[in-house]
Design a protein around this ligand. Structure first.
Ligand SMILES: Cc1cc2nc3c(=O)[nH]c(=O)nc-3n(C[C@H](O)[C@H](O)[C@H](O)COP(=O)(O)OP(=O)(O)OC[C@H]3O[C@@H](n4cnc5c(N)ncnc54)[C@H](O)[C@@H]3O)c2cc1C
Length: 497
């Protein structure tokens, strides 16, 4: 563990079992605390749960394994390595982007090959890509070393020689930065794609987030073999248990107990669990419904004004045949990107003609589908809080399946042997998600770092928040980091205890 402070022996309850919760639990148990995770659902991993049906294993949320350095760092903090738990395969191609029928660009597994692809699309783009990526790599180093692991408590955390030199990247956005380099619309879309993970429109995302281009094209797209993303959850749980963390599923926390503005514990399944500290990895707004109104950090109008990352309409599909014409990760950018973005952020409504993402993990991992079958996951980003009905879900399934068949030539509709959908209503009922958001708060400039909801309760001693709604933000690697930051804060706040 990173700190040299004396060990502490506090009793800690953690609400939820997403990546941030498991990460925080591991650090604090390693530091001597008695840690229990209470998860409302019957399985662990939060938005990264999985489920099995008809011989298929479906990862329910994340599917892109980016920033392998962050996962390695987490395991290294406990003198372990990723390879002690799972094998990582670098995907080649990393992904394919469709712009129309038989019109696609494939992103390969290293920058040299990718720059040749860029050159074929736009003369001179190869050199420009290398220049762009050199800047992105150097921003990534500054972010990882100086910014991302900070608790977002003071503006001074951001003032370092590295960030001052890069001030320009905070005053311009990623869309204008990309358009300074590339003219071709397809290349522009590829370069803007990674910041969509941060939940805001490229024109509202600071150019400093070109760190995501380094994560994408520089570091590559990986896949945890024999189990997909849930393999990471299982590995982290195994390490946390080794450190002594107790995991309890089917334990919805109904109330956080406070006495004299100090944490007393929580109530779950009618039982009082006493603790000195409570950390919530559940959605922030929901957590504050578990404490008295006058002790909240933020009121409803605060949340109402925030830019939320999108929700999603998801489909988990089992096919009774193998796929030949598509790759592991496929993006369908064959429609107007700006129009769909506007239907998410400016004028929230069901999109007329959505961009979507199609994933076949069984192309890389045979264990995820029965022999001769394929496991298929579809994600359509949508605005949070939209009307959600079976009829609407069916309409969009038909719409995207038709597009997949027309564009790729791959027959799917008649080969579906399993199908389940997940949308706004499920995000709310399964995760207590505010307005059914999928990825938490968008990383716009004024929702980054010090502007994020705070990790520490202002009024209740011993109450902390972690996860995608606080620092550093949405995504699996940031959630792992969030767990580490909150545990460091707790260790600092309770010295010698
Ligand atoms: C569809 C989808 C696709 C994504 N794709 C990617 C991707 O490809 N790559 C990537 O890096 N990131 C991706 N993300 C984002 C990433 O999955 C999340 O940022 C991350 O998993 C969030 O982790 P978290 O720790 O904040 O908690 P969460 O995963 O949100 O977990 C919170 C937990 O708290 C529990 N909980 C809530 N209320 C209570 C209560 N009262 N009592 C007990 N438990 C409670 C919930 O059940 C849940 O298990 C995706 C997310 C989604 C939804």
């Amino acid at each position: 563990m990173t700190t040299s402070l004396p060990k502490m022996t506090k009793k800690i309850i953690i609400i939820g079992s997403g990546f941030s919760s498991i990460s925080a639990a591991t650090y604090l148990a390693d530091f001597g605390c008695d840690v229990t995770i209470l998860e409302k659902n019957s399985s662990f991993g939060g938005r990264a749960r999985n489920f099995k049906a008809k011989g298929f294993t479906f990862d329910m949320g994340p599917s892109w394994y980016w920033m392998p350095d962050v996962f390695e760092k987490y395991f290294n903090d406990f003198d372990k390595s990723v390879s002690d738990y799972y094998n990582l395969k670098k995907l080649d191609p990393a992904y394919r982007v469709y712009f129309g029928k038989n019109d696609f660009i494939e992103i390969e597994d290293n920058l040299e090959k990718i720059s040749k692809t860029f050159e074929n699309v736009e003369k001179g783009a190869s050199k420009k890509l290398i220049k762009f990526m050199t800047e992105a790599k150097s921003n990534y180093s500054v972010a990882m070393e100086k910014v991302v692991y900070k608790p977002g408590k003071s503006i001074f955390e951001l003032v370092t020689p590295g960030t001052i030199k890069r001030l320009r990247y905070f005053t311009t956005n990623i869309k204008s930065e990309v358009s300074r380099y590339f003219k071709n619309n397809k290349l522009r879309q590829i370069m803007e794609f990674p910041v969509l993970f941060l939940g805001a429109k490229p024109e509202n995302t600071p150019a400093f987030y070109n760190i995501m281009n380094h994560a994408d094209l520089g570091l590559g797209t990986w896949f945890p073999e024999r189990g997909g993303i849930h393999k990471v959850v299982e590995s982290m749980i195994s390490l946390a248990k080794e450190k002594g963390v107790t995991f309890k599923s089917n334990h919805n926390v109904d109330e956080i107990l406070v006495n004299d503005e100090r944490i007393k514990g929580v109530i779950s399944n009618g039982i009082e669990f006493h603790s000195d500290i409570v950390i919530s990895g559940a959605d922030y707004h929901h957590t504050e419904t578990l404490i008295p109104n006058n002790l909240k950090n933020y009121n409803d109008s605060f949340w109402d004004k925030k830019v939320f990352a999108p929700s999603s309409l998801l489909f988990y599909i089992g096919l009774d045949r193998k796929i030949n014409n598509l790759t592991h990760h496929n993006l369908f950018f064959d429609v107007d990107f700006n129009r769909h973005a506007s239907e998410i952020y400016d004028d929230p409504k069901w999109p007329e003609s959505p961009l979507f993402y199609l994933n076949f993990p069984s192309l890389s991992d045979k264990s995820m589908a029965p022999d001769g079958c394929e496991n298929c996951f579809i994600l359509i980003p949508i605005a949070p809080d939209l009307e959600d009905s079976e009829e609407i879900r069916r309409k969009y399934l038909n719409l995207v399946l038709k597009r997949i068949e027309d564009i790729s030539g791959e027959k799917i509709v008649d080969n579906i042997i399993y199908q389940k959908s997940f949308c706004v209503k499920d995000f709310i009922s399964d995760y207590n998600s505010y307005k059914g958001n999928a990825y938490g708060l968008a990383n716009t400039l004024f929702q980054t770092s010090i502007f994020k909801p705070k990790m520490k309760s202002k009024r209740i001693k011993g109450l902390y928040f972690t996860g995608q709604l606080t620092v550093p933000g949405p995504g699996v690697p940031p959630s792992l980091i969030s767990g580490k930051i909150v545990s460091n804060e707790i260790i600092k706040d309770f010295p010698n205890q």
